[in-house]
Design a protein. Sequence first.
Length: 170
Amino acid sequence: MRRALARAALLLLCAAQPASAALPASAALPRHGTLVPGRSLAGIRLGETASDVREALGSSYGVCRGCARPTLYFTYGRFDRHGLAVELARGRVSALYTLWQPEGWLAPGGLQLGAAEAQVTKLAGALIPLACSGYDALVRDAPRARTAYYIVNGALWGFGLLQARANPCR
């Protein structure tokens, strides 16, 4: 009788799990995200649906209350500032950018966050500098996307991927 009750309780617990529990075990923010200029950041592409993003990165995220656009914050843990911001427009990804210089993230050529600005221009090629409030964005435009390298105090602070010709300042 006890075994039957224990099994029934276990089945009820499993059935009561939220839909997010059905996500694959691999659904999480990558430890070492990668920028593919003009294409993706941390494996997420512009135009993906919000549900595609949750499927890839998991259901543990915060929602920005003061942002101009709906923005999801995927971080490595509760109250951790490091991670990825995903902006949405009409339920689809319109911009992606790193949060607080997550350790180990990189771009082609081995370009890592924290690199000197001179290394960014050497490895990323010709970039257009844009001044933002408190930091600079070095950008490269492709037909469908704008790649941004965020510079703070002469060092690479973050990566961004936005819709073509979008303002990289956030």
